[in-house]
Design a protein around this ligand. Structure first.
Ligand SMILES: *Cc1c(COP(=O)(O)O)cnc(C)c1O
Length: 280
């Protein structure tokens, strides 16, 4: 969107290192209109120093927006941390059942409401009553689902962290995740989407065989629902990192975590990534 649509509209976009923190001050130009943040970052899960970014941006009169989808608006209080615009893909936790196409933008002031709300009307967008009723129904169980998803995901992520074939678990509640200390400072929980990076000795073919051998984690796109999902990212690169097909993204659903761990264990053995006997 930044390289295509926005560019054609004459909007200049500059990306930044998600761990830049207060260093964002050096990137703010006279024409900077908005700082757009996402924490933790999609797929590679970097936790950003949102309060430091807010302080630097506000010092120059620049509003800050946050994609708060991952924390479902629950485990990170965007407005309390100075964010003016909080966006969520309600497809994930609010919908909760992988069957809703809806998003939300919440703002912390009347002035911001007038700017964002009028753009919404000018663009002719509307949300259908059926979609809104699904979101309202999802909200009734959001708290219970998040508690269960958080506990199950931590159990699965900690088990993965112990496996020899895994180099890194990118889950904000684990110390191996970039920005983990910021997560401890600013967040009150974690949800169900995270990634693992296999050791360099594991080939991209083995990663694919592992994914194909999984029975409970199915390949899918609508994350944050009741079912566990898995997705490889063969071409994923970051400015100073290339994962060469060794990064796999997971969504833990409402199934029993011990069943999910058993599924991961048998798939590692079938893909010959790790001997069953070596799996704790
Ligand atoms: C999933 C996700 C989105 C987009 O969700 P859709 O279901 O594709 O609308 C946007 N931002 C973050 C941080 C997400 O995790």
């Amino acid at each position: 969107m930044a390289d295509g649509l926005l560019k054609r509209m004459g909007i200049d976009i500059e990306t930044y290192d998600p761990l830049i923190g207060a260093g964002i001050a050096g990137r703010i130009r006279p024409n900077t209109a908005l700082a757009w943040t996402e924490s933790p970052g999609s797929v590679t899960r970097e936790v950003q120093d949102v309060p430091a970014i807010v302080a630097a941006a506000h010092a120059r009169g620049v509003p800050v927006a946050l994609d708060n989808t991952y924390m479902a608006g629950v485990y990170f209080d965007a407005f309390a941390h100075g964010v003016g615009i909080s966006m969520q893909a309600l497809t994930k936790y609010v919908g909760g059942h992988s069957d809703l196409l809806l998003g939300s933008v919440s703002v912390n002031s009347k002035a911001m409401f007038e700017r964002v709300g009028s753009a919404f009307a000018d663009l002719g967008m509307g949300a259908s009553p059926d979609d809104c009723s699904l979101a309202l129904r999802g909200l009734q169980t959001l708290g219970q689902r998040l508690e269960r998803l958080q506990a199950s995901t931590l159990a699965v992520a900690r088990w993965l962290h112990l496996q020899d074939c895994i180099a890194t678990v990118l889950h904000p509640a684990l110390p191996s995740c970039p920005g983990h200390e910021l997560w401890k400072r600013d967040f009150t929980g974690a949800t169900s989407v995270f990634s693992v990076v296999f050791q360099e000795s594991v080939t991209a073919e083995q990663v694919n065989a592992f994914i194909d051998a999984l029975r409970m984690f199915r390949i899918g796109m609508s994350w944050g629902g009741t079912s566990s999902l898995v997705m490889p990212y063969p071409d994923l690169a970051r400015p100073n990192r290339h994962y060469r097909g060794r990064l796999v993204r997971l969504n833990v659903g409402l199934e029993a975590p011990e069943d999910l761990i058993a599924d991961l264990r048998q798939a590692m053995a079938r893909a010959a990534i790790q001997e069953p006997a070596a799996v704790a």
